[in-house]
Design a protein. Sequence first.
Lengths: 244, 488
Amino acid sequence: MRLALAYARAETIQYGRYTPYSIPTLALPAVLMLVFGHQMVEDEPERMVAGFAATALITVALFQFGVGIALSRITPWEAYLRTLPATAPTRIAGRVLAALVFAVATVVVVMVVGAAVYGARFAPWRFWTLILVLVLGSVPFGLAGIALGYWLPPRSAMPIANIVIIPVIVVGFLWTRPPEDFPRGAEIASQLTPTRSWAEVLDSVSTGDHPLPLHHVAALVAWAVVFFALAWWGYRRDEGEHFG
Amino acid sequence: MTAGRLGWWTATIVFAVMLAPRIDPLVGHGAAAVPLGICAGAILFVALARQSISLAALATAPRGRLLARSIVLTIRAAHEEAVWRALALGFLVGPIGRVGALAVSTCLFAAAHVNRLGTRAGQHLATGAVFGLAYLVTGRLGVAIGAHATYNVLIGAGLLSRLDMSKTGTSAPAHTFVRSPSPHRRPSHPGVASPAVTASVASLTAVSKSFGSVRALDGVDLVLRTGEILALLGPNGAGKSTAVSLLIGLRRPDSGQALLHGRDPRDAEARRNVGAVLQDVGFPLSLRVHEAVELVRAHFPNAPPAGAVLERLGLAELSGRVALGLSGGQQRRLAVALALAGSPQTLFLDEPTAGMDATARRALLRDIAIFAADGGAVLLTTQQLAEAEEVASRVVLLVRGRILFEGTVAEVRARAGLAKVTVRAEELPRLPSVASVESSLDRHVVYVEDADSFVAGLVRSGVPFRELEVTPVSLEDAFVALTSEVDE
């Protein structure tokens, strides 16, 4: 654990000092919310803020993990780190912790903007539950990002992450509610995505309209297990640059 | 095997039996299925572990020990079934159905094992799925426990029958699930006299590795022993860096076996007392020197203070600088500092002196010598014979992925420290210090150990000659000369 913290610390320093990464990451979800939010705000700014906060977390997961890992995998520094006696779970835990730092920062920005611009108001206990659900719910996405990072070829990681992120958000209805006349087949497909599971849980927590959908919670746990296995496997099979 | 652990296992079993929800069996006759579960465990063992149990060896094993081990493994199996089947699967059946519960609990089970027992995720998934299915179908935990315990006991017996009991008895129980990746098997090196087995720190046995169509290593045998400095000498592209990357677990061999401190180098545990400098040195954006050192020190509980390491390599006043902003030579010194930061027992240095100035180079070579004198083992790759000569106690010549020669520095010097003499003469007399001769018509290319005495001898012999030319031989040419000699 001490070692995971040391990795988290080093990584936070690296990304934090690298402003071309840190500033867009912090600002992007809030900007997206300012641009698209007013069409979706309806009478539920709380639901919308939760959705964009989740978007912020997915952005961090896909870019800091997915792209960051894929690019660093082929660097001499990463090769050196692999000669050190750290296990795959330690490295992954370190990355998760580092991402958590950025995730919390982006979520705070989104929440402040949401409260200031759209008047989102949360009861204190609901606020803290929402934070908890956001943090826990981001775990499977963080692990998915790590898995992508170790499985994607380094040079195509960025375009693939860009291609993946938008449909995953749209199909999962993180920003909007599914329309009334949504086709049944598409609805089933949507229900099966991890983003939809998260959206349903956030919906319940942020508005309090429905009871907590337990099957979606279980689905998120299952996704976390699957992505952890993939991430761990990816780390173990990785040999840095693949020749030939 | 502590009593505490046994107690904890028993407690979880009691706890699970009291709390776990009952599962409606899909078939009746649950109790009668217990023998079926035992059969399932045996079949799983045969199908997955593919491990032979030597009955003869088992017969000589102490009965009491065998029995005790079996009981412990049975309790352990019951504990795991209580946790993963009765509790995890049992509570999941309600919210997500039987299939979902089976899938999730199996994945959790495998994830919990994978970390501890090596890499066989598929094996853990398969065993977990079978045990879970047995529980779901019969609704009796006893069936799953029967299967699991049988599997465990068979593997335990298999291990016992193969291992030297007096030495490995304490470590054996940890490996109940995996076919042991044979950390205990000793590498056999035909032709290499291995003195005490404990002296081998790292080894490659019949290792080959290709990148695409390029064969980087081809059937290489290599042993690094304690207290020695082994220089891996060879020209560009000889496979030196590949050999290092296999020995520290950056890559895995296509065939053959790499061992580091008796384990697979890809296991973190094998690298606990190892320091390395890779050929390509680089640092991440914006990490400062002392931050890099702190990160590395965090891996080693007994690491010396960061300041001492930086001081030793003359980097103390640079500790606040961004590592990537240092000069090439300074970065290389920092890489050496990082390799030493954990006070390792074994050092891998892949061309550590490239790009260093003469002072830094000499200081490093001296440090390496001191390190080995204290009982550490060093594997050093270099293209320069002079460098190997300065520090190495043993030299291995690697050319085009094969080991050409292995011996002391003096022996290599005698063979590879050559000069090349080109001369035209009708016939060449027999002369001293000739390593090899290539002749076409009247033109002779002679590799000699001592050019002066060769030329003096040529003049003294009175044979008419012309176009005499003496050139120092690059290491690569020396290797070529050596190859042709070895081939004869």
